[in-house]
Design a binder for this molecule. Structure first.
Ligand code: SF4
Length: 345
């Protein structure tokens, strides 16, 4: 790859410039960037950021359309997890303030109702566990049945690593999408989690896909990974071909091993948004946690005009996000329609 050269203050781009390559390959042909190409986007200088975001936006509009998927999320069981994911305040192994708690079925149904009222099509039930036990599976089954009786919304789950039997049970309950994050590049994973392996996560994702549920798989940027590893992570995800990728930025939580890491620079975070969109032209790319602390109030707009096409309304899992209305008003301002339920069935 060669760099853009400047002539009299005007940037001109030769045919090997990565954004020119991406325009032809990704925008015109819908072929995502390779790992090496993704790295070239991540390495662009800050003065190319606007151009990269504009191209990512064009790619998203061309290959996904203008609709934005709105999703709600609820934590059925919070805190007290036996795993040691170094970013996570829900691990019971760290000195973090999140204590173990369950919510009851009426509260779950109420949250689903409030979520549906915002126009959201997807409601994700999350539990902080290594994987579900019998008690959790029966709570989830009861919760899904109660929601189905009262609310018209698709249900997703995020319950950690699954056995084949549990995959089949969730499929039979009508779970539409399953979230399980790879979290980071394969080569960086052992620096982030030591109580289970990347391969164990991959195995769950494969079973979910084979059972016919949609796969939602993303991770967190800013956990000490190099740019090379960030590009590797995009390539790992591209290999998996997930239906949805939640992109989080580390929000360093006090008491966790990553509590002292620096928040990503906004330009780094936005370059990553553009690069991931160019690596994954057709996926639903969702802003998840850490957006506010990394990008501030303007982040939503820059992201949604830079390749993002899904947002979460209301609470994130352990920290408050922005109020739902702020994001939904923004979509109206930007004239981006909320994806309707019948389009996703
Ligand atoms: S990320 Fe999930 S598995 Fe890891 S500690 Fe947090 S709740 Fe547990």
């Amino acid at each position: 790859m060669t760099e853009a050269h400047t002539t009299g203050g005007t940037a001109t781009i030769d045919e090997t410039d990565i954004l020119a390559v991406a325009r032809e390959q990704v925008l015109e042909r819908g072929v995502g960037l390779t790992q090496e190409q993704t790295l070239a986007v991540l390495q662009l200088s800050d003065d190319r950021l606007e151009e990269a975001l504009q191209l990512a936006h064009d790619v998203r509009m061309r290959w996904c359309g203008p609709e934005v998927e709105v999703e709600g999320i609820i934590s059925l069981k919070t805190g007290g997890c036996p795993e040691d994911c170094h970013f996570c305040s829900q691990s019971g192994l760290f000195e973090s303030p999140v204590r173990s708690a369950w919510i009851d079925i009426p509260s779950l149904v109420e949250a689903a109702k409030q979520t549906a009222k915002t126009g959201a099509t997807e409601f994700c039930i999350v539990a902080a566990v290594r994987g579900p036990d019998k008690r959790l599976m029966s709570q989830v089954a009861a919760g899904i049945e109660a929601i189905r009786n009262e609310v018209d919304i698709q249900i997703a789950c995020s319950l950690g690593m699954l056995t084949q039997e549990q995959v089949d049970e969730l499929k039979a309950m009508g779970v539409h999408r399953y979230n399980h994050n790879l979290e980071t590049a394969k080569s960086h994973f052992p620096n982030v989690v030591t109580t289970h392996s990347y391969e164990e996560r991959w195995d769950t994702l494969k079973m979910v896909r084979e059972a016919g549920m949609e796969v939602c798989c993303g991770g967190i940027l800013g956990m000490g990974e190099s740019l090379e590893q960030r590009a590797e992570f995009a390539a790992n995800l591209a290999e998996l071909e997930p239906d949805e990728v939640p992109l989080n930025f580390l929000n360093p939580r006090p008491g966790t091993p990553f509590g002292d890491l620096e928040v990503l620079e906004p330009s780094e975070a936005l370059k990553a948004v553009a690069a991931f969109r160019l690596a994954l032209p057709r996926t639903i790319l969702r802003f998840a946690g850490g957006r506010e602390i990394t990008l501030g109030d303007l982040g939503a707009k820059q992201g949604i005009l830079g390749g993002i096409n899904a947002v979460i309304v209301g609470n994130y899992l352990t920290t408050l996000g922005r109020p739902a209305e702020a994001d939904l008003d923004l979509l109206v301002d930007l004239q981006m329609p909320i994806k309707a339920l019948n389009e996703t069935l």
